[in-house]
Design a binder for this molecule. Structure first.
Ligand SMILES: [Zn+2]
Length: 154
């Protein structure tokens, strides 16, 4: 007898409605990984129909990508924090096709992440980023943050 994943989804939302704690929270390690050229070539990152995954030790972890070293302040403007991505949207496609690994993308499945401002060399820890506009259109999730995304969809 096979396991019906659709029924699992229903069970999960029924449990949510009844206020049971989400068991998804405990099942994955929380990771932050550099999206380097080597990591991509070795197949550590996968862009699948339903999202972006990090693969290591034969496990597939769902999460998002973002730029960790960003111009939070730029030419007197800011603060403006980087967006996070959950699909191979235009921005991510460009980054990969143009080999822009100098942009220092990271992968994570944490609800909040640390961002370094390249202008003032200051670190902002525990930031909840908001979803990229391109990814919003593709995924249809609206303007959610990393915390909403991880708790609801990862
Ligand atoms: Zn995006």
């Amino acid at each position: 007898m096979g396991i019906d994943l659709y029924k699992f989804e229903n069970l999960s939302s029924w449990l949510d409605e009844k206020g049971f704690p989400d068991i998804k929270q405990e099942k994955q390690d929380l990771i932050v990984r550099d999206v380097t050229k080597e990591a991509v070539e070795k197949g550590h990152i996968e862009f699948l129909e339903d999202g972006i995954y990090w693969v290591e030790n034969r496990r597939r972890i769902k999460g998002f990508v973002y730029i960790s070293h960003a111009y939070v302040y730029f030419k007197g403007r800011g603060p403006k924090f980087p967006k996070f991505h959950i699909t191979r949207c235009e921005t991510i496609d460009e980054f990969l096709n143009d080999n822009r690994f100098d942009l220092r993308y990271k992968f994570s499945n944490k609800e909040s992440v640390d961002i370094i401002d390249r202008t003032y060399k200051r670190e902002y820890s525990g930031m909840k980023l908001t979803l990229c506009m391109n990814c919003q259109k593709i995924a249809g999730y609206g303007n959610i943050d990393t915390s909403n995304f991880i708790r609801r969809f990862a």
